[in-house]
Every structure is written in C-alpha cells, then in structure tokens.
Design a protein around this ligand. Sequence first.
Ligand code: OAD
Ligand code: ZN
Length: 254
Amino acid sequence: MSLLDRVTLNKISIAESIVFFTGAGVSAESGIPTFRGKDGIWNKLKPEELANFDAFLKNPEMVWEWYKHRKKIVHESQSNSAHKAISDFQTLFSSVTVITQNIDNLHRRAGSRKVFELHGNIERNYCIKCKAPYNDEIILKASAPRCKCGGLIRPDVVWFGEYLPQDQFIGGENAARNCDVFFVVGTSGIVYPAASQIFVAKDSGAFIIEINLEESEISRIADKSYLGKAGEILPQIYEEIKMEKRKSGSVLNS
Ligand code: OAD
Ligand code: ZN
C-alpha cells in the first residue's frame, strides 16, 4: 500500500528543488540520543551547565568531559536508513539541500553533498583566542586542551546564547526560500533561530512535509505530517517517488 496520497506524490515528483531540514530525531536510529521527548538528554542534564560559554570558562574540564563523551558516541555511530534515503534523493532531483541542526556529520557520511550545519560540527574544534582549528587526535589527550597561544580549545558547536554561523544560516535560509518541497524531519521545531527557516519555507510557498515520531510544533503548519520513524518513512517515500519518476521517464541517474 502506498504511503503518499496523489497530491503529495505529485507535489514531490514535479519539484525542482527540495530541502530536508533535520533535527536530532533523524539520528536517533543511529543510537544518538535526542534532546527532548522520551529519553531526551535535556530531561536529565542541564543545558545551561554544559552547552554554554560561561559554564565552559568556569569549568572547561566538566564541559570537555561531556563533549568527549558525545564525540565518542558520534564517532562510533553510523548513518542510518533515513540519512541514506535523504542522500539517495540526489539521484532523483538536481537540487537537494540538507539543513541540519545536528552536529554529528552523519548526513555527509551518508553522501549528502550540500549540507548547511546550523549548530556546528562536533568533529571540529578551535581555539577561543586565536581561532586556530584543531582536530580530535591532538586535543583528546588533555582534560581541558589548550592552544599553542595559551587559549582554551573548544568544540566547534553552537551553545545557548551564541550566534549561529552566518554563512550556514544564510545558505540554509536561501535554500528554504527557494525550494518547492520542504521536509521537516525529526525536530521538535522549538529552537530558534534555526526553526525560523521552516517558516521562511512556508511563507515562500513551499509544500511542507513533516516526519516525526509524534505531533510537534510544526504539525499545525505542515501540509502533510507522517508520524513514525524517519528511518522507515523516508526510504518508503524515496521508493514511491522513484517509481513515479520512472513512469514519467524523469529519473536522473539511478
Ligand atoms: P529534539 O530532541 O528537540 O527533538 C527531536 C524530535 O525528533 C522529537 O520531536 C522526537 O519526537 C523526534 N524523533 C525521535 N526519534 C525519531 C525518529 N526515529 N524518527 C523521527 N522523529 C524522531 O531535537 P532538535 O529539534 O534537533 O541545539 O533540537 C534542536 C536543538 O536543541 C538541537 O540542535 C540542540 C538542542 O539543544 C544546540 O545544541 C544548539
Ligand atoms: Zn590559539
């Protein structure tokens, strides 16, 4: 039985440009915990003590212990069938953009080529004084690693109260403004300014498709909501669109 109704099937099939806006839920099936909801990280830990610059200056060892733990989880995880399906859409559409709030790099590892990372990337680090970049091998030995210049090294992720990387934010916003179909996958949609891009897409006339385990803040503005696991729903949508495009002879290369 097909998952997509006629209208949705058509909307996606004729789209020229599609965007996937993703959150922690897309990586849940890779074993990376989400922040909110059942088993969410922020149910047990306080974000203001761990994902905050002042907390880092006060107690860099504690913040580093937490990020080393997260780096390890990410390092040992693999992309799942949701990331893979998103990457596979590149064989069906000439313009596929991923905007992610995740810092785990799993979209790129699954093969997505155009990815805007709104909250940074946990595989990178930099010195807070001179901004020199550092890779994990060098820094993971110390409990609170320091740069050659003496400055503290921090993970290259966005903490509460910090600006988002402007080039990533603007790139994402442009993609949101110019797409035909905008998928919102595995995000609670309540963290700003990231979530504003969903509304940019909506206001620009994109067809909004939500995929989430449960109803979210985004459900009321979505044109279509699919409730369930991203790793099951996205591959099914991909297959149905591929079939539809085959019928009309418009598959790029698969
Ligand atoms: P949340 O933890 O807030 O939301 C994850 C969403 O994914 C929830 O709505 C779940 O229902 C859904 N979900 C869980 N498993 C799923 C699955 N297998 N398939 C589909 N959906 C699933 O995560 P985000 O929305 O990403 O910010 O959180 C936004 C930001 O808040 C994060 O980027 C992080 C956090 O504090 C920073 O680190 C700056
Ligand atoms: Zn430095």
